[in-house]
Design a protein around this ligand. Structure first.
Ligand code: CA
Length: 237
C-alpha cells in the first residue's frame, strides 16, 4: 500500500517514510504542493499525509483543489496550527483526520490505519481469494492454511490482485504501486514478480490463478472460471 507524504521538512519526511516502511507502507515524498499534485495525478495512493505549511501554497488549498477534482483519497492533515478553528477548517476542506504537531509517528501510523479501515477503503486484516489468504499487517500469505514464503515486493502485487479479484489490473498500475513517482528501474520487473508469484500459487495448489491479459495486464480468477481475453478486457480497471 503506497501513501504520499506531503512535507517540506525533508529530514522529518525521511524519518516518516522509514517508519512507514517498517509498518508495511511504501511511500513517496513531495516537498511542495505542486509536486504533490503531480504525484497524485500519476499514482493512485491509499492515503495522503498532508502538511499545511508548504513553501509554494497552503496545504488546505491543495486539499480543496483535490476534492474539487473528485479525488477521494483519504487525507490526514499534520500541522503546527492547532486552534479549534484551524481544525474545523481542515475537516471542512475535506480532510479525513487532523493531527497537531508535534505528534508521535506511532500515533500517526495508528491514525492512518484507522482511516484505511473505514468502510469503502477497507484495510481488512486478512484478504481472501479462493483458498489464498493474505494477512495485511504481517504480510503472511497462506494457501489452504499452509504458509508460503513470498518476498515482500511480491506480496504487494498479490494484494493488488486480491483487491481486484476478477478484474484485469493494468500493468502500469502495478508499476505505480511498486515504484511510485520514481518509476520502474527495470522494464520487466512486474512480469518477473508475477511469473514467480504465479508459480508459487500453482505449486501450493491454490484454487485461484493469475491470468495474463496480453497488452493490458493481469487478473486473478478462480481456476474453474474460463477466462476469455476479450471478456476480461472489458472488465479492466
Ligand atoms: Ca511545513
Amino acid at each position: 500500500m503506497r501513501v504520499l507524504i506531503v512535507e517540506d521538512n525533508e529530514t522529518f519526511a525521511e524519518i516518516l517514510s522509514q517508519k512507514l516502511g517498517e509498518s508495511g507502507f511504501d511511500s513517496d515524498t513531495a516537498t511542495t504542493a505542486r509536486q504533490a499534485h503531480e504525484a497524485i495525478r500519476a499514482v493512485e495512493y491509499a492515503a495522503i499525509i498532508l502538511d499545511l505549511g508548504l513553501p509554494d501554497s497552503d496545504g488546505l488549498f491543495l486539499l480543496r483543489q483535490l476534492r474539487e477534482e473528485r479525488h477521494a483519497t483519504p487525507v490526514l492533515i499534520t500541522t503546527a496550527r492547532n486552534s479549534l478553528e484551524d481544525r474545523v477548517k481542515g475537516l471542512r476542506s475535506g480532510a479525513d483526520d487532523y493531527l497537531a504537531k508535534p505528534f508521535s509517528i506511532d500515533e500517526l501510523i495508528a491514525r492512518l490505519r484507522a482511516l484505511l479501515r473505514r468502510p469503502g477503503i477497507l484495510l481488512d486484516d486478512v484478504l481472501k481469494a479462493g483458498n489464498v489468504s493474505l494477512a495485511i499487517d504481517s504480510r503472511q500469505v497462506s494457501v489452504a492454511g499452509r504458509i508460503l514464503t513470498i518476498r515482500l515486493r511480491e506480496t504487494i502485487l498479490l494484494e493488488i490482485l486480491m483487491r481486484h479479484h476478477g478484474t484485469v489490473v493494468p500493468r502500469r498500475y502495478f508499476e505505480a504501486q511498486l515504484f511510485g513517482i520514481e518509476g520502474e528501474q527495470e522494464t520487466n520487473t512486474v512480469d518477473v514478480y508475477i511469473h514467480r508469484l504465479r508459480r508459487q500459487l500453482q505449486d501450493a495448489d491454490a484454487d485461484v490463478k493469475i491470468h495474463t491479459i496480453r497488452g493490458v495486464g493481469y487478473m486473478l480468477a478462480s481456476m474453474t472460471t474460463g477466462v476469455s481475453e476479450d471478456a476480461a478486457r472489458e472488465r479492466s480497471l
